[in-house]
Design a protein around this ligand. Structure first.
Ligand SMILES: [Zn+2]
Length: 129
């Protein structure tokens, strides 16, 4: 159920930005999700379709960007990806590690359409969709 509150927060943020920009509609949302965060894309999409349907963000596309996890060794400063079985630093075998990347979750940007089609605003170009 974690994703529901997360998705509601995203919707709220997107609508607030759209209002500030005087936009009529939100068309695309770009989300950044760390590999270690417990957010599941499909669940966010599922809730999105339900809670956005009576808002200007209805039908907006969700784009997910996954950030790979990285650990930082506090003993030798080594930065390394998790290797499944162990958290220990591959360089010094130290176990004083912290998460340097991979636990983030944020709304990176949105695309909106203004009611007037001659004034389309695109915060981000996305050539492959
Ligand atoms: Zn180390």
């Amino acid at each position: 159920m974690h994703e529901l509150s997360v998705t509601e927060a995203i919707l709220e943020t997107a609508l607030r930005h759209a209002r500030q920009a005087g936009a009529g509609r939100v068309t695309d949302l770009y989300l950044v999700i760390g590999q270690l965060s417990s957010i599941v894309d499909d669940s966010v999409q599922f809730y999105w379709d339900i809670i956005a349907k009576d808002t200007p963000a209805k039908g907006a596309r969700l784009h997910f960007e996954r950030i790979p996890a990285r650990f930082r060794c506090l003993d030798c400063g080594n930065l390394y990806p998790p290797d499944g079985g162990t958290l220990a630093c591959p360089q010094c075998q130290g176990t004083h590690v912290k998460v340097a990347a991979g636990d983030e979750f944020r709304l990176e940007s949105i695309d909106v359409d203004n009611a007037d089609p001659t004034e389309e605003t695109h915060a981000t170009e996305n050539p492959d969709r």
